[in-house]
Design a protein around this ligand. Structure first.
Ligand SMILES: C[S@@+](CC[C@H](N)C(=O)[O-])C[C@H]1O[C@@H](n2cnc3c(N)ncnc32)[C@H](O)[C@@H]1O
Length: 296
């Protein structure tokens, strides 16, 4: 069975009926703050309507990459480009997608996780790309909320007082990593800047973009790279010839930007494993495909 994790198993609630996101396979090796597993039913609907044959999906703020992985595994598009700026997250994707998935999976299952071994693995991050990837996986599992931003601290008590091992599922991670390796021929990864890659592809009509930037409000606490020019992102989105779907925290300034550029906006409510409700924005050139007004 797939594990359920904070950030990864909310339900979509509100005016719309609750969507059974338990049916969404957890394919990412990360537990990612702001991860979009909960949105996958909508993503499938969007890609079926606006993606499909002949299209490339670009995910410029890839993070845990659940949208790209789902698109690859479920054949929702022809090919995929993931872009991520965080060096640690990028190292994990590079190692998995460049042919070292088995090595990483073996390192994970043979690792004896203790606070000391975790600290030692994290301290070796700068020794090589492989060390950085491994250190990132460890941090993501032992840090509170999976947060990778500098200064994030270890889980203290964790589930059932299990401390830092409470999110350590080596066999699950191994399986996810090896499953991703099976579809790696469809995925290109770029360690780089979302803006640059979108601008380079702006004229292409055979591309669709899933754009999930750091939150306007909480981003700084969650990611190493969280400061982006939101206004510039909207200007860039308005130049894209391909279709895009953007998600944002429900913020007045963001709504104003979307209105100014003539984009469609819809609200989607979600509830995390702690039953805290929150509302996010979906933004696109046209959201006519969005049937989850009566849900996905
Ligand atoms: C909201 S998270 C994406 C979460 C992802 N959709 C998921 O489901 O896991 C935003 C990501 O953008 C990355 N990021 C921030 N600035 C960036 C930039 N200029 N270019 C590329 N990635 C960037 C952050 O490191 C973070 O991983």
């Amino acid at each position: 069975m797939y594990q359920t994790e904070l950030f990864e198993s909310p339900s979509i609630v509100g005016d719309r009926a609750v969507v059974n996101v338990a049916s969404v396979p957890q394919r990412s090796p990360f537990r990612y703050a702001g991860g979009k597993t909960w949105l996958i039913p909508c993503i499938r609907e969007w890609l079926n309507a606006r993606g499909g044959k002949g299209k490339e999906l670009i995910e410029p703020f890839a993070g845990g990459g659940i949208v790209s992985l789902t698109a690859a595994c479920e054949n929702l598009v022809d090919r995929i480009t993931m872009v991520e700026k965080d060096e640690g997250v990028a190292a994990v994707w590079q190692v998995i997608l460049n042919g070292e998935a088995e090595w990483l999976a073996d390192e994970i299952v043979s690792f004896q996780l203790t606070p000391e071994s975790a600290r030692a693995a994290i301290a070796r991050a700068d020794e090589s790309l492989e060390c950085r990837a491994f250190a990132t996986i460890i941090k993501n599992r032992v840090n509170r909320g999976g947060i990778l931003a500098d200064g994030a601290s270890f889980i203290k008590n964790g589930e059932n007082g299990k401390g830092i091992t409470s999110r350590w599922y080596p066999e699950t991670l191994k399986r996810r990593i090896l499953d991703i390796a099976q579809v790696r021929h469809k995925i290109k990864f770029i360690e780089g800047d979302a803006f640059e890659v979108c601008a380079q592809n702006a004229e292409r009509k055979d591309v669709v973009y899933f754009i999930d930037p750091p939150y306007v409000k909480a981003g700084g606490r969650l990611y190493r790279y969280s400061a982006i020019d939101h206004e510039a992102l909207f200007v860039l989105a308005s130049r894209l010839q391909g279709n895009f779907l953007m998600t944002y925290d429900n913020d007045d300034e963001v709504q104003e930007l979307a209105n100014r550029h003539g984009f469609d906006i819809d609200l989607i409510a979600m509830k995390n494993t702690h039953h805290a409700k929150k509302t996010e924005l979906l933004i696109g050139q046209d959201l006519g495909w969005l049937k989850i007004r009566s849900p996905c």
